[in-house]
Each structure stands twice: as C-alpha cells, then as structure tokens.
Design a binder for this molecule. Structure first.
Ligand code: C5P
Length: 400
C-alpha cells in the first residue's frame, strides 16, 4: 500500500448498489497517502450522495461535463491530465459498454477518453448481467485494450442471487490498485527538507538575510515526492510555488525553521538541510524602526543561531541526516569536516566560487560525501540533479 503515497487517483463511481462501498474505498486510498478526486455518474448519485464522497475525499465531487463553474475550476481535461490512475468502482455493465464503444456521453467516460492514465475497473452487477454475452465481450475487449479488471467476486448478491458479479471488497481493490504502481525509491518514507534563506529581524522593517533562491531544496522536495515520499518542505521566504504533493511550512527566522523541523521529527525518516540558514541573528529585535544617528559607524550585536541540522542529528532516534556544504575552496576537505562535526550521514558539497552553478543559478554540480566515499555528480539542471540525489540518498538510506 506504500505505493499509494502521493498518487493522484480519480475514483469514478457508476450506478450500482455497491456504490456505498466506494465511501470506504475513498477512505482507504486517502489513509494510504493518495490524493483522491471523485467523479460520479448521475446514476451513482441515486445510490450514494456526492456530499458523503466530498467529505471523505476532501474535494468537491465532479459530476457534470457541461458545468461552467466546475470547468472554470478543475475542468475535465485538467482532471484527465492530473490523474495517475482512473479507478472505477463500481463499474456497471452500462459503463463498461459505453467505455468499450468509446463514448463520451458523461463526465466520467469523457475523462477516460481524454486521459493517458491507466484505467482500472472493479465491475459490480447482477450475476446474469455479468454472464450476459455482450458484457463478457465488453470485458474481453476492454482487457485487450489494456484496461485492467479487478474482480468481480463470486457470492451472495444484494438482489438475492448468488454468482459472479460482486464488487471486490474495498481493501482488496485498494491493494490490487496499489500493486499496479511502481514502487518509488522512497515509497512511504517521511522526508523533511529545509530550503531557502532565513530572515533575522533587526526591527519591524529590516532584516539580515542572504541570496539563497530555494531552488535546490524545492527541486529535492519535488523529486522526493515523485519517489513516493511524504514530504514536509520547511521553507524560508522564496519566490517559488509549493511543489505538488508536498506539505509546505513557511517560516522566516532560523528559530522558526528549527521549531518547524522539530515538530513531528519522531516520524521523520530522512532530513535534508538545504536551507541557507543565517549563522547569526541580532541579539535583540528593536520594537520600533531604528532611527538614523549622527554617527558614521553603527555597531550591531549578533548572537549565533542554533544549528538546525546538527540539532536534528543529535536527537534520540535521529533520522538519516543530509547537509549541504557551500564552499569556495578545499570543498571536499571542508565538507568532510562538517560531516563529522554535525554528525551527518551524508553531505552534499558544492563550489559556490563558480558563478555558473549554485546560489540563484538553475544549474548545480556537487560531490556527495559519506563517511567512506565521495561521489561527484557533474553539472546539470537542479531538477535533474535533485532526481539523482534522491536516488543516491534512497540507496544510502536503504543500506545504512
Ligand atoms: O555550517 P554551515 O552553514 O556551512 O553548514 C551548512 C549545512 O548546515 C547546510 O545543510 C545547512 O542547511 C545546515 N545549517 C543548519 N542550521 C544552521 C546552519 C547551517 O541547518 N544554523
């Protein structure tokens, strides 16, 4: 079931008595980390209310293709592109027939036509309807078109008959659907990532900060989510959209970043410190805007900030900890020293003396240093580098 983490699933519900079980299926998919959007046919709404599914999925239910309001939000094409899987449970005989003939006469069938995501059906109908020659032909044709059928099961039916056509139980459907996804290298792991700069206030309008763009940390968050991790991105102020499938916690100061990092740390498996944390902060923050004096020189008294990654690495039962070392000379030697001092498992060293990579650039080149090895990763986009780093981190974590 770990494979469901961060997966975007459209759960299509068609008209059948088994539709009441779709409520439980929604809950199971959500519990295992999937983001679920519900699409209901008009007949499905006769068996279970959209309100129930809205409450369980946490999103408005999609019902009509010609609804300008819904189309202005997440329209049918957007939904079709959003989905990693379209799971239809229950799938009625009528829906299977319409899907097989390529019809787009309601929202759900149109989404199936418009999507490149795999379509998976859990058929549910009376045993005679399932045995019907045309239904059997539709089932065979759909499977030949790479549409997966889960079940149906055999047994007592709501109508009093006994035979094939029962929808599989929700847990069985969820686990068979989960098995169809590839196992991401961080499936089910909880990853915390710090990113961006911190701001250390001097007074209500001024602060000390740095030029970190947050791009590397955000790219790592997106890559970790793609690899199946649950990601908490603890971000200083940056100009970037929160990556999809990540929980973003926005902070300003190093102290706030530390507090957000410690919050829930006992559930964290991997901690990646990509933030450029200010080393010092003003001893005190002036209550009012500081006034210009007559003196030419002004003294600022600063005090050291807590070291966030070192604090996390020294927690009992600490997560696997990865830091960054931005250096301008003797990059590997300084990074190795930092690895020891902060008690890290890995450190990612980069040379910030080069103007073509690092801070604010879209590209980077790094060396990943463990206690026993140094692995250089050559210059490439931060997005590709993040993918390579997440794979490497996942390997090292698995072998720790
Ligand atoms: O000591 P230095 O700032 O060079 O260490 C860099 C690494 O330590 C980075 O991973 C950075 O995110 C982390 N760090 C931190 N808290 C600090 C300073 C640095 O987590 N106060």
């Amino acid at each position: 079931m770990h494979r469901l983490t961060n997966r975007q699933i459209i759960l299509g519900i068609t008209g059948g008595i088994a539709a009441y079980k779709s409520a439980e299926l929604t809950r199971i998919l959500k519990t295992h980390g999937a983001d679920v959007r519900i699409v209901m046919t008009p007949a499905a709404c006769e068996f279970i209310t959209p309100l129930t599914l809205q409450a369980l999925s946490g999103h408005a239910v999609h019902q009509h293709i010609l609804d300008p309001e819904a189309e202005a939000g997440m329209g049918h094409i957007e939904l079709a592109k959003w989905a990693d899987m379209i799971l239809i449970a229950p799938a009625s005989a009528d829906f299977m027939a319409r899907l097989n003939s390529g019809m787009g006469n309601d929202l759900l069938s149109t989404i199936c036509l418009a999507s490149e995501a795999p379509v998976v059906l859990a058929p549910a109908m009376n045993q005679a309807m399932w045995r019907d020659v045309q239904t059997q032909q539709n089932a065979t044709d759909l499977q030949n078109k790479n549409i997966r059928l889960l079940g149906p099961g055999v047994g007592d039916q709501a109508c009093g008959d006994n035979g094939p056509g029962r929808m599989l139980e929700p847990l069985e459907i969820a686990s068979q659907a989960a098995a169809l996804f590839e196992q991401g290298s961080l499936a089910g792991k909880q990853v915390f990532i710090t990113a961006g700069p911190t701001r250390e206030a001097l007074d209500p309008v001024r602060y000390i900060s740095n030029h970190s763009s947050g791009k590397m940390g955000y790219a790592l968050a997106a890559a970790a989510a793609d690899a199946g991790a649950r990601v908490k991105l603890i971000s200083g102020p940056v100009n970037l959209e929160a990556p999809a499938r990540c929980e973003r916690v926005q902070v300003e100061s190093a102290q706030q970043m530390l507090d957000a990092s410690l919050d829930g740390i006992s559930d964290c498996d991997i901690f990646i410190a990509a933030a450029a944390v200010a080393d010092y902060r003003p001893v005190s923050v002036a209550e009012h805007k500081m006034k210009k004096g007559k003196e030419e020189l002004m003294e600022l008294h600063l005090v050291k900030n807590p070291d966030i990654v070192a604090t996390i690495a020294s927690q009992p039962d600490n997560p696997f900890c990865i830091g960054f070392a931005a250096e301008t000379q003797d990059v590997v030697a300084y990074a190795q020293d930092k690895l020891q001092r902060k008690n890290l498992d890995l450190i990612i060293a980069n040379d910030v003396s080069r103007s073509d990579i690092g801070f604010n650039s879209d590209e980077n080149a790094v060396t990943v240093i463990s206690k026993t090895a140094a692995t250089p990763l050559p210059q490439t986009s931060k997005r590709l580098l993040a993918k390579q780093l997440i794979n490497l981190i996942a390997d090292q974590y698995a072998g720790k």
